[in-house]
Design a protein around this ligand. Structure first.
Ligand code: S6P
Ligand code: ZN
Length: 195
């Protein structure tokens, strides 16, 4: 056995995101995300009703806990759905160590990766199975399911990156991805203020 953890290889189910060797599964429901959606009243109604699962993150057993040079990886599955006209999405975050980039690989479904720099400049990158996207340093990243099936992707990032959810909770993203006339469009968020 090389290293402290037995898990060197893993098998990803590309269509569900499930890992054969799983350490932790994170579950995010609408009630966890109410304040992030533009239509908070619609989010409250959903949260108080079925409170559907918006996304799950599958993490392997950690190989090198606490080692800053380590690489971490995970799969995420975002289920299809909307709050008002805003697609189901992840919380989104900057990395605490802002110079740390990340790589995403789509494995199933149709999504968009919403990227935003510190000045609020944003870009929405379409993703599907096989799409690889490099998330640059100092760039907040949020994924959105714009299809009618689960959107699944794989991500790799440095352990030392850390997740800054606070600045997104406080200021949001400068843009949102909404459905208009049956298609995803990126629109500016009038409530966004530069921190
Ligand atoms: C971690 C990477 C992903 C996300 C996951 C959930 O750096 O970007 O694994 O953690 O997609 O998104 P969030 O914004 O809730 O962490
Ligand atoms: Zn990240």
């Amino acid at each position: 056995m090389l290293g402290s953890s037995p898990v060197l290889a893993n098998v990803i189910d590309f269509s569900s995101g499930a890992l054969s060797e799983v350490g932790e599964v994170l579950l995010r429901r609408v009630s966890d995300l109410v304040l992030l959606f533009g239509d908070k009243a619609a989010a409250e109604v959903l949260a108080e009703g079925d409170n559907p699962v918006v996304y799950q993150v599958f993490l392997p057993p950690e190989r090198e806990p606490g080692r800053p040079e380590a690489l971490l990886y995970a799969t995420t599955v975002i289920y299809p759905g909307k709050v008002g006209d805003e697609y189901f999405m992840t919380k989104g975050h900057f990395h605490v160590e802002g110079e740390c980039p990340e790589v995403y690989l789509g494995t199933a479904g149709r999504g968009m990766l919403l990227l935003m720099d510190r000045h609020g400049r944003a870009e929405a990158v379409p993703m599907q199975a096989g799409t690889v996207v490099y998330v640059p340093p100092e760039t907040a990243h949020r994924t959105v399911n714009v299809g009618d099936a689960p959107f699944v992707f794989f991500a790799v990032w440095p352990e030392k990156a850390g997740h800054d959810y606070q600045s997104i909770a406080a200021h949001g993203f400068s843009h949102r991805i909404l459905e208009e006339h049956g298609r995803p469009v990126m629109v500016s968020n009038p409530d966004w203020r530069q921190p």
